[in-house]
Design a protein around this ligand. Structure first.
Ligand SMILES: Nc1ncnc2c1ncn2[C@@H]1O[C@H](COP(=O)(O)OP(=O)(O)O)[C@@H](O)[C@H]1O
Ligand SMILES: Cc1cn([C@H]2C[C@H](O)[C@@H](COP(=O)(O)O)O2)c(=O)[nH]c1=O
Ligand SMILES: [Zn+2]
Length: 201
C-alpha cells in the first residue's frame, strides 16, 4: 500500500499549503501508469482540479489518453515540450505527467515552478532505459521530489521482482515505442545475463 501524500493530508490542499512533487518510477510493466491513474482519480473524487499531460510522441495505445497495460485509461493532453505544460495548467490543483522520460530536461524546472506555485505534481516515468542507464529527466526529478515511489514488475524469465526493461530487438535507438512485442520486465540477474554493456555503441 502506497502512502498518498495529498489524500493523507486531508484530501484538500489548503490555501496556506504549498505544492510538492511526487515521482512514480520503475521498469516497464511495473504499474507506474496504474498508480498515476489511481492517485489522479482520488484527487478528482476530492474535488480537486486535475490536469494530465503526456509527451506527444507517445502514441502507443492512444493519441490523447494515458492508458495502462491492463487498459485503465484517463484523458490527457499530449504536449511536445515540457514548457507547454506551464501554459496549460492555469488554476489546476494537481498536475499529472506520464511517460516523463521522453520529456526534455526542462521538465525539472517546469515541475519546480508548478510545485512552488502551490500545485501537487505527480510524475510517472521509466528510471532506466533498455541499457540500464538513467533515462531523461527522471533521475533529476527524483532528486528534487518530496516523494519517490519505485514500483517493480515481475521478471519474465525467472518470476522474481523486476527493475529492468529488457529490449527483445537489436535496435539501439534510445527511443523505441513498444510493449510486450519489444520489451520484457527482468530482474538484475536475468537482465545482465543477456545484455552485455560492452556492446553499447
Ligand atoms: N511482467 C509484468 N509484471 C507485472 N505486471 C505486468 C507484467 N506484464 C504485464 N503486466 C500488467 O501490467 C500492469 C501494469 O501496467 P502499467 O501501469 O501500464 O505499467 P507501467 O506504466 O509501469 O508500464 C499490471 O497490473 C499487469 O496487469
Ligand atoms: C526501456 C525503453 C522503453 N521505451 C519505450 C517503450 C514504451 O513505449 C515506453 C515505456 O512505457 P511504459 O508505460 O513504461 O511501459 O518507453 C523506449 O523508448 N526506450 C527504452 O529504452
Ligand atoms: Zn529474473
Amino acid at each position: 500500500m502506497f502512502i498518498e501524500p495529498g489524500i493523507d493530508q486531508g484530501g484538500a490542499m489548503g490555501a496556506k499549503s504549498s505544492g510538492w512533487i511526487e515521482v512514480i518510477c520503475g521498469s516497464m510493466f511495473s504499474g507506474k501508469t496504474e498508480e498515476l491513474i489511481r492517485r489522479l482519480n482520488r484527487a478528482v473524487i476530492a474535488n480537486q482540479k486535475v490536469e494530465i499531460f503526456k509527451p506527444a510522441i507517445d502514441t502507443r495505445y492512444h493519441d490523447t489518453n494515458v492508458v495502462s497495460h491492463n487498459e485503465n485509461s484517463i484523458r490527457s493532453t499530449p504536449v511536445q515540450f515540457a514548457d507547454d505544460i506551464l501554459l496549460l495548467t492555469g488554476n489546476s490543483d494537481v498536475v499529472g505527467i506520464d511517460e516523463a522520460q521522453f520529456f526534455d530536461k526542462e521538465l525539472v524546472a517546469v515541475s519546480r515552478k508548478l510545485a512552488n506555485s502551490g500545485k501537487r505534481v505527480i510524475i510517472a516515468g521509466l528510471d532506466m532505459d533498455f541499457e540500464g542507464e538513467p533515462f531523461g529527466p527522471i533521475p533529476a526529478l527524483m532528486g528534487i521530489a518530496e516523494y519517490v515511489t519505485k514500483v517493480r514488475a515481475i521478471c519474465m524469465k525467472c518470476g522474481s521482482v523486476a527493475s529492468f526493461s529488457y529490449r527483445l530487438s537489436a535496435t539501439k535507438d534510445k527511443v523505441m515505442l513498444g510493449e510486450k512485442n519489444v520489451y520484457e520486465a527482468r530482474c538484475r540477474k536475468c537482465f545482465y545475463e543477456d545484455f552485455d554493456p560492452k556492446e553499447k555503441l
